[in-house]
Ligand binder design. Structure first.
Ligand SMILES: Nc1ncnc2c1ncn2[C@@H]1O[C@H](COP(=O)(O)OP(=O)(O)OP(=O)(O)O)[C@@H](O)[C@H]1O
Length: 355
């Protein structure tokens, strides 16, 4: 069992809080993606868990054992944590098999056990046919598999991955994502996977933790993160859409929120119990549709830009009632209006940001 628990974790570099007040529990066997813009503290958080940085607040426990708090650090090699980085850090003079077996050799395993575990790791990562090759004679994806196999041989209950696919091209990334998912299923290890690619996080993770300026903004399953973002930062960072200022009037009998948006009354979803008043709402493109400009409850607007996306056109729409605002709507190519055209927008849903 390798539950990971971070309590009020903090790390400063001089005046800069790289990680601040992080509370997070990753369940045994869970796949958690850590997602956030560059510089938000993802790598620092991972280095704290691995034991390369010492926290100056809070604590870290792995499998029920406290491994770090200010002034008390268990060294990395005693944490039983596997690490996979984007730079594969393979030994160039060793074969694939030797690279994979290296941690076992260092640990002093008997030869028969070493061979058994090495070959099992090579099989899990589909590298049986490459055992004799040098890293220089492998593709980027194959090298990343070697790095994965070398992590796997130690059978770590907790694996930390720092942007392991960042150096690969788009097609290879998709293939490797499937391999990571398979690797997770086979090993049952708890995984924390850093990425700044939200599609990758959504494809792989049970839950996604979104980080911003050293703090966790929201930790939730991919669908919840997309449909019910806790903050404007999460709404803007995950998926596409528009953030608009509105007024929450109250809740209707069916639980929908009654909201005024540019003098129109619309019904959105909101966290129950939210107080009436000024709010920010997130409108995803699929919650908007085009209609005739002058119907009841329709928002007349003009097309500012129309960008072809292959089969669909991304429309940047400016409501007549709010010339400074902008709404994104995706329309099939065949029915998409062009720049300058006047249209009506029907709002079929949306989410009131809770804070
Ligand atoms: N050793 C250090 N000394 C001083 N500042 C540091 C150190 N390590 C990181 N930082 C700063 O802490 C902040 C968080 O850095 P971190 O590398 O954790 O971000 P990140 O989210 O992993 O970014 P990226 O996605 O670009 O790798 C940054 O502002 C960075 O400049």
């Amino acid at each position: 069992m390798a539950e990971l628990r971070l309590q009020n974790l903090g790390k400063r570099f001089g005046d800069h809080a790289a990680v601040e007040a992080v509370e997070l529990t990753v369940a045994d066997g869970e796949f958690l993606a850590l997602l956030g813009p560059s510089g938000c503290g993802k790598t620092t958080l991972l280095r704290l868990i691995a034991g390369f940085e010492e926290p100056d607040a809070g604590s870290i426990s792995i499998a029920g054992r406290e491994v770090a708090r200010p002034g008390r650090q268990l060294p990395p090699e005693e944490r039983r944590v596997g690490l996979v980085f984007q730079s594969y850090a393979l030994w160039p003079h060793m074969s694939v098999a030797e690279n994979v077996a290296y941690p076992l050799k260092v640990a002093g395993l008997p030869r028969a056990e070493l061979v058994r575990r090495r070959d099992a790791a090579l099989a899990t990562t589909g590298l049986e046919g490459f055992a004799g090759r040098r890293p220089a004679d492998l593709s980027g994806g194959q090298r990343q598999r070697v790095a994965l196999a070398r992590c796997l041989v130690m059978e770590p209950p907790l694996v930390l991955l720092d942007e392991p696919l960042a150096n690969l091209d788009v097609h290879l990334r998709a293939a490797m994502q499937e391999e990571f998912a398979g690797f997770h299923d086979k090993t049952g290890a708890t995984m924390v996977y850093i990425t700044h690619d939200q599609a990758e996080a959504m494809a792989l993770a049970d839950r996604i933790a979104v980080m911003h300026q050293g703090r966790l903004q929201q930790v939730a399953a991919p669908r919840a993160l997309y449909n019910e973002p806790a903050t404007a930062m999460v709404a803007g960072f995950i998926g596409e859409g528009s953030l608009v200022e509105a007024e929450l009037l109250g809740f209707e009998a069916d639980g929908r929120a009654a909201v005024t948006l540019w003098d129109r009354r619309v019904r959105l979803r909101a966290r129950p119990g939210q107080a009436p008043g000024p709010v920010v709402a997130s409108l995803r493109p699929e919650q908007l549709s085009l209609t005739a400009p002058d119907g009841p409850d329709v928002l007349p607007a003009r097309v500012r830009r129309a960008v072809y996306r292959g089969g669909r056109v991304a429309l940047d729409l400016v409501p007549e009632a709010a010339p400074e605002a902008s709404l994104l709507l995706l329309e099939p190519e065949a029915t998409a209006p062009g720049p300058g055209e006047r249209v009506g927008i029907a709002i079929g849903g949306g989410w009131v940001i809770p804070e």
